[in-house]
Ligand binder design. Sequence first.
Ligand code: GLU
Length: 471
Amino acid sequence: MSIKTRFAPSPTGYLHVGGARTALFSWLHARKHGGKYVLRIEDTDLQRSTAESINAILEAMTWLGLDYDEGPFYQTSRFDRYNEVIDELLQQNLAYRCNCSRERLEALREGQMQRKQKPRYDGHCRNQSVDAGEPHVIRFRNPPEGSVVIDDQVRGKIVFQNDELDDLIIRRTDGSPTYNLTVVVDDLDMGITDVIRGDDHVNNTPRQVNILKALGKEPPRYAHVPMILGDDGSRLSKRHGAVNVMEYRNQGILPEALLNYLVRLGWSHGDEELFTLDQMVEYFDIRDVNKAASAFNTEKLLWINQHYIKNADPARIARLLSPHLGDLGIDPATGPDLVEVVREQQERARTLVEMAEISTFFYQDYEDFEVKAARKHLKLVAREPLQQVRERLAVLDDWEADKLHQVVIDVATRLDLNMGKVAQPLRVAVVGRAASPGIDATLKLVGRSACLRRIDRALVYINNRANENAT
Ligand code: GLU
């Protein structure tokens, strides 16, 4: 039987990184086995589901490249089908109407709590005949005895006793079906063979299995994947940093880096850290996913991201970098070819945001020198080399890297200085800070007029400083 998995988010917010990891595991499992991957939007909670969330989830899936073969299916368009199944259960006496009042249920609950019992429905309406015309919910008649055994692909064998489960509501008073019912009907109708989801759903599984059995169907295989923790061991949340997948894009993370990072959270293949998508598909085995929760480690994500930035096609990085420069008020069309800039910066940034930040000087004059760099390198001894470089740059025939390099060498030789004593003040003059790509590439891309203007500014700085010291 061919494999079919699904990702079934509830659109009540953005796509959380934990959800993205579940989506990825499900996707990998389908792809690995040449199966199909379904996207299902579980939007039956009309109060909390929003169109914005649906769009945010779809956008995140597209950004991550987790393509689906079927869907998106929307549960809200399947109410007729859910009702059909509920009616079938009713007819077969596998479900019943319940008109217990809120007061009764609350009193029941309080009594149970006082007796330190688990709050559960006591089956009061099981054998009553409640009129269909009066307000009621529908409850599933859970088997009173026996157990449900789940051979979870991640957690191993899990046994639930039926007498621990109560008769759950499958249709509310307002006629809307509940989560456990809709999931069962959908997984069945969509032919899902493997349910891979967060382990917060593990306690729903025996209920779903019982409904499936009542319908005379075989349950799918289950795999409940553990949650992601923050670095302090508590459940990953906003206070640990970004939890919204799209926030990672905004922070300049590449989707392949996030996927690579997420796959390693709770899954490993030897001690390898870097996996292309193809390698993930090849090596991934849902049964190798760890039972224990894993902790999010931002430093590692940045390390992986740096690897992917370094090795990516510069033209693609340029395309992705452009909006980040835009965020800094820079239009890359106003300066050197962005692809050339990327080639020079690719090894130097862990994120695209960082790359944008260290590339602004290619497009606009820096606001001020970095204090430390200026103090260290723009001293009186740097005046002569800077002046000489400036004179030569002003008349250089070809503004090319090798020619620019030669200028620095010539001035250093003439003044009997090592190259760094010329190049470093020159760098601080041209870029305003102590770090930049190689000096020749930097000069070339910054361009002649900006270089000359900025060297003049550095000379003014040096002179002012000398004057201050003299007085
Ligand atoms: N809609 C559920 C959620 O977002 C997932 C249900 C499932 O995977 O069975 O938590």
